[in-house]
Design a protein around this ligand. Structure first.
Ligand code: M6R
Length: 367
């Protein structure tokens, strides 16, 4: 049931304050400032001694994995590799019993992810499954795991499953960092508090930014190409924004690390190219502002997701969408919301079936 929403995709985007809350509930203990994740406890020794963590996934789940690489390496000081399941399974990867695999999947039935896990398992690795669908194949063959509590996702484009994955990956990273004592208690505290407030902050975006997003969607819905740029923690969100737009609007879109622009994609920039910057305030903020100026100097159209109150970026472009100020590690779970909505309104504006885009299946159970 669409609950009064025009599409499942919109309903699922609007459910995110609740689904993120549900994914944190019972795990983020506010009273004792503690994180409980029984699945993680089960492989806690393995994880602490792990040589490396290998994340396998496809599509949007792979983007969640890419962000997890940045976060786990920073907070837990463990080497993380992120692999497209389809590539990993066929290239005779080097795996030992000192490796921990994290498989991420909404459906729990993605064929490539499943086989990638089986391949690693045969070679002695420990397998952790982060899955939304209870009792799915991936959940069943994992040694341990955690469920995202996003509820059924009907829209073919993944939205609420992605933010639920991020919520649980943050919990895992924080818990592991605490066990390994690789972060200060101050950083732990800030991240813990920000994470607890994410549902409220997502609600703020949904309550206050829809008009700007609709206006921007209207302005650019006839474009033929889009570029999405981000640095650091926001780079995976640039990739996710581009994927969402391709799926929903059939507009060609590419995501890039902002600094890679100079190594090729900048040749595409002209007055017809909208460039979406994921530009919340972080350690690279000045650098991303100079990337924006480079686009503007070539007459490209700049759209930016910014931290609320960012006057510098708002003086560079009228097309900004704000998210609340949080720690830079937590910001991506907020920055993705406007990009989901931008794709949705562009797809609807172009008269497309956003819940069932052409050629796509909700779960890819064949390779
Ligand atoms: O069910 P999974 O998370 O394993 O699915 C992985 C991809 O097929 C999926 O994320 C796909 O890219 C979506 N259409 C993205 O919106």
């Amino acid at each position: 049931e669409k609950n009064g929403y025009d599409h499942f995709m919109l309903k699922e985007i609007f459910e995110q304050p609740q689904t993120i809350f549900d994914s944190l509930r019972g795990r983020l203990d506010l009273k004792h400032e503690q994180i409980t994740l029984s699945g993680l406890d089960k492989i806690s020794d393995k994880l602490q001694q792990a040589n490396r963590i290998i994340i396998v996934a496809c599509g949007t789940s792979w983007h969640a994995g890419l962000l997890a690489e940045y976060v786990i390496e920073e907070l837990c000081r463990i080497n993380v590799e992120v692999e497209y399941a389809s590539e990993f399974r066929y290239r005779n990867p080097i795996i030992t019993d000192k490796d921990v695999i994290i498989a991420i999947s909404q459906s729990g039935e993605t064929a490539d992810t499943l086989v990638a896990m089986e391949t690693a398992k045969k070679q002695g690795a420990t397998i952790f499954g982060l899955v939304n669908v209870v009792g799915s194949s991936i959940a069943r063959i994992s040694d341990a795991g955690a469920y995202t509590h996003a509820g059924p996702e009907i829209g073919v484009a993944s939205t609420k499953a992605f933010t639920a994955q991020l919520a649980v990956l943050y919990l895992m990273a924080l818990k592991l960092a605490e066990i390994k004592q690789t972060i200060s208690s101050e950083t732990y505290q800030v991240l813990f508090d920000d994470l607890a407030k994410v549902p409220k902050y997502v609600q703020w975006v949904l309550d206050t930014q829809i008009d700007s997003i609709k206006r921007i969607a209207n302005k650019y819905m006839d474009a033929d190409d889009f570029l999405y740029l981000g640095r650091g923690y926001n780079f995976p969100i640039a990739l996710e924004g581009a994927l969402k737009l391709k799926e929903i609007s059939y507009i060609h879109a590419e995501g890039y690390p902002a600094a890679e622009m100079k190594h090729g994609p900048i040749a595409l920039v002209d007055e017809y190219l909208p460039v979406v910057f994921v530009a919340t305030k972080d350690s690279y903020h000045e650098k991303i502002i100079s990337n924006m100026q480079e686009i503007k100097a070539r007459k490209g159209q700049v759209i930016a997701v910014v931290t609320e109150g960012d006057e510098v970026v708002t003086s560079l472009t009228e097309d900004t969408i704000a998210v609340p100020r949080v720690h830079e590690i937590i910001a991506p779970i907020l920055s993705v919301i406007p990009l989901q909505l931008l794709s949705y309104y562009i797809g609807v504006g172009r008269g497309l079936d956003v819940d069932k885009p052409r050629n796509l299946a909700k779960s890819v159970t064949v390779e």
